[in-house]
Design a protein around this ligand. Structure first.
Ligand code: GLC
Ligand code: MG
Ligand code: CA
Length: 613
């Protein structure tokens, strides 16, 4: 049937052509129109689908009052930086009232701004000023747990009606060796080491904490808890927040004793002899992580923000979910299925893609890069938006995990791949981990899991040292005598002010990339092809008929490499260098003619070539 239709179509054109016999010309026009399909349709994208999203770690971004701790007024004073850098949206690690055991991830009041960071007025000013500059502002929503100093916990521990089951409380098990003692309800291990259960003398029961002892896990099987989460979200949306980064989702729900004969089931043992029972890794988190029920909670939240938009108008309010999990469990956060009669995504707008953190490193070859990128794009549900994360406050900084020479290539990848670019503060200037001595170490994970000799294996402090604004005292971060974490000692050579002045710098490359990302339709709407041209050189092509083709060549290895560009089907030579990594000998505007090209260790070049036909 289809082919008959096509034949008829061709016949019709011929007849028209003959009918307007005046014309060879008319005929030619018709013939051309027929062989060249119309330009591709450019559907408008929603603001978040192709944005540059920047993570602020507020404690370390900018200190306005000289107490050595970053704050909201500090952020407000530097909002222009985002405009200058080409950032579209910011998300801030928690700024809510907190005893700061886990630096804000232990929230004692979800409705208040933490005093070291400022006031509600400051927050409102931050929102207004950001919105005036066209920057969206996302908050960190931490639903899994609350501080043991929160009112919720205090009331729950006291068994106040309505709060009794706000957290996961359980009786201890009998201790066969000591009738006066009880043992934790199960063998569950906390993310920060030690039993995930803590005894409350007051309530004479254990409570669950998947993270620090001071971070008690909410009971998500309790409707009142679920309702309170809506209240919290609504409160901040009402104030004007554009959405949330949602924290620690894999740990939201644990096994229900009702399904296990009335007791909490032990997690199976991993059999890994290098771990002791109190250490993370001793067990396999079968009953404590990635439970299938948690996804329904996420889908409920999506429904909630969508409904909020419907009722209140404005721009889309988004949910970006955090969780380290395998690809299958990660993709479930997107959620697919029927949404309002159409097939679409009904979960988080996206789950953060941590593959560049967990699966790639300085040891990876070009084939590993291509494979890891394609895995995400392959598993992602149809119609969903990809995203690329290279670092955050929980992991060593990007140039430290990879190599310094790779900074521009990695930023190019994050900017040129389809979807959302995520930048952790400092990546735009290539900041590396700072050194933090055991004496200066404050991270609860390092302090709980490590000692003087091993803390560096766990510490998240090196990725959290203050931002390098300039070469002055404390890198321009603070006027304090002592900052909450030491400023990394390379700040005089590596800082934003210097990179703005320099002719070539990571920051200038970053700016060129954000500008390209905003402008090029082949990046926002085009196809992609990513592959290894050799063990060392990765090639990403973005193309869309009638628009410039953009090609990234990136030598991820520690030695130079020669590749044959004739193998890149969509690349038409000669091509022009749009931007190159700071160590490259190539410059903007250079022409690439030859088919063989040699890239030095870590070199990245972004080329522009004629559209594909
Ligand atoms: C997330 C945060 C991390 C925090 C943990 C507990 O993984 O990114 O910093 O310690 O959740 O809230
Ligand atoms: Mg301060
Ligand atoms: Ca939990």
């Amino acid at each position: 049937m289809a082919s008959t239709g096509k034949t008829l179509g061709v016949t019709a054109i011929v007849i028209v052509g003959l009918g307007l016999i005046a014309g060879g010309i008319t005929w030619a026009v018709l013939a051309t129109t027929r062989s060249e399909a119309p330009p591709p349709e450019i559907l408008p994208l929603d603001w978040w689908q192709h944005c540059v999203l920047y993570q602020i770690y507020p404690r370390s971004f900018k200190d306005s009052d000289g107490d050595g701790i970053g704050d909201l007024k500090g952020i407000i004073s530097e909002l222009e930086h985002f405009v200058d850098a080409g950032v579209d949206a910011i998300w801030m690690s928690p700024i809510f009232e907190s005893p700061m055991v886990d630096f804000g991830y232990d929230i004692s009041n979800f409705y208040r701004i933490h005093h070291e960071y400022g006031t509600m007025e400051d927050f409102m000013e931050l929102l207004t000023r950001s919105h005036e500059l066209g920057i969206k502002v996302l908050l960190d929503f931490v639903p899994n747990h609350a501080s043991n100093e929160s009112e919720y916990f205090i009331k729950s521990e006291a068994r106040e009606p309505g709060y009794e089951d706000f957290f996961i409380w359980a009786d201890g098990l009998e201790d066969p060796n000591n009738p006066n003692n009880t043992l934790p309800p199960s063998n569950w291990v906390s993310q920060f080491g030690g039993s995930a259960w803590e005894w409350s003398t007051k309530r004479q029961q254990y409570y669950l904490h998947q993270f620090a002892i001071q971070q008690a896990d909410f009971n998500f099987r309790n409707q009142a808890v679920r309702d309170e989460m809506f209240n919290i979200m609504k409160y901040w949306l009402d104030r004007g927040a554009d959405g949330f980064r949602v924290d620690a989702l894999p740990y939201l729900i644990e096994a229900d004793p009702a399904d296990h004969g009335g007791r909490y089931p032990d997690d199976p043992l991993s059999g890994r002899v290098e771990f002791e029972p109190h250490q993370l890794g001793y067990t396999i988190p079968l009953y404590t992580k990635d439970l299938i029920e948690l996804y329904d909670v996420v889908y409920e939240w999506r429904e909630f923000v969508d409904k909020y938009l419907e009722e209140n108008g404005g721009d889309t309010r988004v949910l970006f979910s955090e969780g380290y999990a395998n690809v299958t469990m990660t993709m479930l956060y997107y959620g697919t299925g029927d949404v309002g009669g159409a097939r679409g995504v009904r979960g988080a707008h996206f789950p953060f893609n941590f593959d560049f953190i967990t699966d790639l490193s300085a040891r990876s070859g070009a084939r590993d890069f291509a494979y890891v990128v394609l895995r995400w794009l392959t598993y992602m549900p149809h119609g969903a938006t990809p995203n690329w994360v290279f670092g955050n406050h929980d992991n060593n900084r990007m140039p430290t995990r990879f190599r310094e020479r790779m900074v521009d290539g990695l930023n190019s990848l994050s900017m040129l791949l389809p979807g959302v670019t995520v930048t952790y503060q400092g990546e735009e200037i290539g900041m590396k981990d700072g050194y933090v001595s055991w004496e200066d170490t404050v991270d609860v994970e390092a302090c709980n899991r490590g000692d003087e000799n091993t803390y560096h294996l766990y510490s998240r402090d090196p990725a959290r040292t203050p931002f390098h604004w300039n070469s002055s005292t404390n890198a321009g971060f603070s006027s304090a005598n002592r900052t909450w974490l030491p400023v990394a000692d390379d700040y005089q050579e590596l800082n934003l002010a210097l990179q703005k002045e320099a002719e070539r710098s990571h920051y200038k490359v970053y700016q060129a990339l954000t500008a390209l990302k905003k402008r090029q339709k082949s990046l926002s709407h085009g196809e992609y092809s990513i592959r290894a041209l050799s063990d060392s050189t990765l090639c990403l092509v973005r193309y869309l008929r009638t628009y410039d083709t953009i090609v990234l060549l990136f030598n991820v290895a520690d030695n130079s490499d020669t590749v044959d560009l004739s193998r890149v089907a969509q690349l038409k030579l000669p091509a022009t260098v749009y931007v190159s990594s700071v160590h490259s000998s190539r410059r903007e505007g250079d022409t690439i003619n030859g088919e063989n090209i040699t890239l030095s260790a870590g070199e990245a070049i972004v080329l522009r070539s004629e559209p594909v036909s």
